[in-house]
Design a protein around this ligand. Structure first.
Ligand SMILES: NC(=O)c1ccc[n+]([C@@H]2O[C@H](COP(=O)([O-])OP(=O)(O)OC[C@H]3O[C@@H](n4cnc5c(N)ncnc54)[C@H](OP(=O)(O)O)[C@@H]3O)[C@@H](O)[C@H]2O)c1
Length: 301
């Protein structure tokens, strides 16, 4: 297959490239830094700075759309919101415009989203049939991102939306940011620690994207999180145990709200999300239990 990725140089994209290169697929990554693509994604992966650099007769079979500026890196100032929006919604609009121009269209578009699509769900159990519970900037962003990608259906493509939870990996993402505070013994729950945290091991995230690309009857939204979400305080306890460090130092909600503004809703709110549609489709998670996922990654953290 010839697979086109956006965000191919990111955490999830790099792991996908590794899997698909190993399987002999041909990969093209649309990137702001095309010259670095082969170094980051592996030899033979082509980087393009413009989609029109892909020849009209060079058929693309599948598109995986993951690009987006990091959402939790800094407070959501007006300028940051504009960038977060442009790097997902506007970029996906550009992708759609290119797909529209192509005579030979890919069969499938797998497009990124997040469990944040639901907003803070409180205690409610969330499946793909649930509506957004409480809208905030992150959920509005995901809703617009999904709606834009969904338009590829009118072009005759199968569209899959991957509502991803917190991806646990040893080489980037959320865990690499927690490593230092936990190693210093400063880890612990955020706020009252009761908020639900849908998580997923990187290996399962890659396997499920591959599964959704391959399964010709898969379409629509899929919660990409392990079947057993945990509360934030249980997460802190498991991570402390995996790193053999104490994890009792709570981070007061007031401090998070004062320092991060609305971004704090990502940390203090949560989703009790379940991957109902993936399980129904026959996908098997390798990591169902958080402690086993963290123990697997901890020696590489
Ligand atoms: N990791 C998670 O825990 C998680 C959870 C839920 C949802 N997601 C979503 O899934 C997607 C992939 O996640 P990830 O962790 O692999 O992301 P990542 O490591 O942050 O990489 C995303 C990629 O997006 C591109 N990008 C960054 N800033 C950009 C900008 N201003 N304009 C255009 N492109 C930009 C970059 O590609 P180039 O530099 O090559 O252009 C980057 O490699 C993201 O959109 C993220 O929001 C991730």
């Amino acid at each position: 297959m010839h697979i086109l990725l956006t965000g191919g140089t990111g955490l999830i994209g790099q792991h996908l490239c590794q899997l698909w290169r190993g399987q002999g697929h041909r990969l093209t990554v649309w990137s702001r830094r095309p010259d670095e693509v082969a170094k980051i994604c592996g030899a033979g992966v082509r980087g393009v700075v413009r989609l029109d650099d892909i020849d009209a007769d060079d058929a693309v079979d599948a598109v995986v759309n993951l690009a987006g500026a990091p959402i939790a890196d800094r407070p959501w100032t007006a300028a940051r919101r504009t960038l977060l929006w442009a790097s997902r919604v506007t970029l996906t609009e550009q992708l759609l415009a290119w797909l529209e121009r192509r005579e030979q269209r890919p069969q499938v578009l797998v497009s990124g989203s997040a469990v944040g699509w639901y907003g803070d769900g409180g205690e409610r159990e969330l499946t793909e049939a649930s509506a957004p519970v409480k809208e905030d900037f992150a959920s509005q962003l995901c809703i617009a991102w999904e709606e834009t990608a969904q338009r590829a259906q009118a072009l005759g493509m199968r569209v899959v939306l991957v509502r991803t939870g917190l991806v646990l990996a040893a080489d980037g993402g959320f865990l690499s940011r927690l490593r230092l505070p936990y190693k210093l013994g400063l880890g612990g729950p955020l706020g009252d620690g009761r908020q639900w945290m849908p998580w997923i091991h990187i290996e399962d995230q890659i396997a499920l994207i591959d599964f959704l690309v391959q399964h010709k009857d898969a379409s629509g939204p899929y919660n990409a999180c392990a079947p057993e979400p945990v509360r934030n305080r249980a997460f802190a306890k498991c991570l402390g145990r995996a790193l053999r460090r104490p994890a009792f130092m709570p981070m007061p909600a007031l401090l998070l709200r004062a320092g991060l503004g609305e971004l704090s809703t990502l940390l203090l709110g949560g989703q009790r999300a379940r991957p109902v549609r993936l399980l129904a489709a026959g996908f098997t998670f390798r990591f169902n239990d958080l402690q086993s996922a963290l123990d697997d990654l901890s020696s590489r953290l």
